[in-house]
Design a protein around this ligand. Structure first.
Ligand SMILES: Cc1cc2nc3c(=O)[nH]c(=O)nc-3n(C[C@H](O)[C@H](O)[C@H](O)COP(=O)(O)O)c2cc1C
Length: 278
């Protein structure tokens, strides 16, 4: 049974919660909102969020658990600076990000939307420098072993995975991890309504949040392909549950590079259409 309660001493009976309920799970009953079709509730908590007087609690959450939003949202200038100013970091400081920052970062990223509010993402992070270093050494060592055994194909896509261990060993050039001290690895349940979309949305939010904390991030397709093609057992060793699939990887940490300006991209090629109807 879904916990849903209304403080009738403050409820305005305005129906805002009923109107905003995506599944029509709520109806007005004796002048107050009530959960009448709980099988339709997807747990989005819009009823709690939209109430003008904070009279609604749902799923064990009360208005006191929520973030007050009046005057708290960033304006377009701040958001534009963040989106235009975020960069892929490939020079990191060799130190840990403090625990409190990471806790706040992961807590906020949790608010990224998932299709049908499924919230099935499995999120894993190597969030200490020593852990990432050990992971990196093993990845490069195993790629070198696979290459020596002739197990890495000679095609263009795989070339980088043959070269990477050598570049690391001989020149300390870190092609796969870009010197990052931490990484986040996201998987989604194969039966999630949006198995490919949810993780990318999550990481997109994570990236912007991380960069707002002054951290660097790097989308890491190379690590994704490395694990997918050559080291799939890594996911089980990281603890990924059965029925899940690796989605993507992102490196992060304190940057050792500063960008005083954004790049300058061409104007967007957006096709503005006036639909004429049939
Ligand atoms: C899906 C995706 C995968 C990426 N994979 C890698 C990667 O494996 N290694 C890397 O150094 N950069 C990677 N990048 C970063 C891109 O190269 C980078 O976004 C692009 O060069 C533009 O630079 P900017 O992000 O600083 O604007 C990836 C970016 C995306 C979106």
């Amino acid at each position: 049974m879904i916990a849903f309660s209304v403080d009738t001493s403050t409820c305005l009976s305005c129906g805002a919660c009923v109107k905003d309920c995506v599944g029509q799970a709520l109806t007005m009953h004796n002048g107050y909102p009530a959960m009448s079709r709980e099988e339709n509730c997807i747990g989005c908590q819009h009823c709690l969020a939209v109430c003008p007087v904070g009279a609604v609690s749902v799923l064990g959450r009360t208005p006191a658990d929520c973030l007050p939003l009046e005057g708290a949202l960033p304006g377009p200038d701040t958001m534009t600076a963040l989106v235009r100013g975020r960069r892929s970091c490939r020079q990191y400081r060799q130190e840990d990000v403090d625990r409190a920052t990471l806790d706040q970062l992961f807590t906020a990223a949790q608010y990224a939307p998932t299709g049908v509010n499924a919230r099935k993402l499995w999120i894993c992070t190597l969030d200490t420098l020593t852990s990432l270093q050990a992971f990196r050494e093993e990845v490069y060592a195993r790629l070198a072993e696979l290459d020596a055994a002739g197990a890495i194909p000679d095609d263009r896509r795989a070339q980088v995975f043959r070269a990477a261990p050598r570049l690391w060993r001989e020149k300390q050039v870190d092609v796969l991890f870009r010197t990052a001290p931490h990484c986040v690895i996201v998987a989604n349940a194969k039966d999630a309504p949006c198995p490919t979309q949810d993780p990318i949305i999550y990481l997109s939010y994570f990236e912007l949040l991380a960069q707002s904390w002054g951290l660097g991030t790097t989308w890491c397709g190379l690590l994704y392909w490395c694990i997918t093609l050559f080291l799939p057992d890594v996911m089980q060793r990281l603890g990924m549950p059965d029925g899940y699939e690796l989605s993507y990887c992102m490196l992060y940490g304190k940057p050792a590079v500063h960008y005083p300006r954004s790049v300058a991209l061409p104007a967007p090629d957006v096709h503005r259409v006036q639909w004429a109807g049939r």
